[in-house]
Design a protein around this ligand. Structure first.
Ligand SMILES: C[S@@+](CC[C@H](N)C(=O)[O-])C[C@H]1O[C@@H](n2cnc3c(N)ncnc32)[C@H](O)[C@@H]1O
Length: 280
């Protein structure tokens, strides 16, 4: 049985980074009125209580979203992310943190649709509860690596796949590459966002090297780190590879990163940046 529960990590620096980028991608795809499909292969529980014993135990949101929550200089680029946070909280305090499925629910339009896959039985149950009022959500209990192929390409032929594993099993570093390669073969024009941890530089670089050898084109890489990577493990930062990124996402990310670095108080020596792995 896998033990990872996102409740211990919700709202941390990696979530702020990932959910900011997800907001930018979804909004960019909505420049066109035609419907889109959002697919989340590792969806989590949907909503997280930052005052729960699990969240209090690690207090990771204190170095993450809680540093950004009260700011009055949130860039317009991510206003919709903050609007989603406010929509989940009636009081001025930030207690409930929306994970990617709830964030997507806030951002999607009535004619958009989503497919959410979660393997942990408890988190799957919580996800079903959190999205009880979402008519356009299909929620699957199972293995995202197995189930994704049944949903790509989606009927809409437009949309985003978020691949956000917990990397609890070492083989997942390879499995995500196979998953992406297969999905892109089935649906070449989809937008894919792959999250990876930066624990040590070598493991992160290996993912990037493997991606480059797949033959997939149009891959943008963006990383955000709080500290320089250390040999003793620990999540010092995270990265996202975006396949088929929307027009000008690279420029938007370059504008966003300095704000995130400043507000989340990243070390001056912590590497962050945007680069094309495989260009247009
Ligand atoms: C990092 S969390 C997801 C967070 C979520 N995407 C968000 O941004 O709010 C990873 C989730 O993947 C789930 N998981 C682990 N292995 C899985 C698999 N093979 N298929 C689907 N879900 C899996 C875990 O139970 C966990 O809830």
């Amino acid at each position: 049985m896998l033990s990872y529960r996102h409740a211990y990590h919700a709202g941390n620096h990696a979530d702020v980074f990932k959910h900011s980028v997800l907001t930018l991608v979804l909004r960019a795809l909505q420049r066109k009125d035609t419907p889109l499909c959002y697919i989340d292969t590792h969806a989590g529980a949907g909503r997280y209580d930052l005052w729960s014993p699990a969240a209090e135990k690690t207090a990771e949101s204190r170095d993450g979203i809680l540093r950004a929550w009260a700011r009055d200089d949130v860039p317009e680029l991510i206003h919709d992310y903050f609007a989603a946070l406010r929509a989940e909280n009636r009081s001025p305090a930030l207690r409930y943190y929306p994970g990617s499925p709830l964030l997507a629910r806030q951002l999607l339009r009535p004619h958009d649709r989503m497919v959410l896959i979660e393997r942990h039985p408890v988190d799957h149950g919580l996800l079903v509860e959190a999205l009880a009022q979402a008519p356009n959500a299909r929620i699957e209990h199972g293995d995202g690596y197995e189930l994704l192929k049944a949903f790509v390409p989606p009927l809409e032929r437009r949309g985003v796949v978020l691949i956000d594993p917990s990397y609890e099993i070492k083989t997942e570093y390879k499995a995500v590459i196979a998953l992406l390669t297969d999905a892109v073969q089935r649906w070449a024009t989809g937008v894919y966002i792959l999250w990876y941890p930066i624990l040590d530089r070598a493991a992160a670089d290996q993912i990037l090297r493997r991606l480059v050898t797949t033959g997939i084109r149009r891959m943008l890489s963006v990383e955000f780190s709080m500290r320089p990577p250390k040999a003793d493990g620990g999540l010092t930062g995270s990265g996202l590879v975006i396949i088929n990124p929307p027009y000008q996402l690279d420029a938007q990310l370059k504008r966003l990163l300095p704000w995130l670095r400043r507000v989340l108080k990243a070390d001056a020596s912590a590497p962050s940046g945007v680069r094309w792995l495989i260009p247009e």
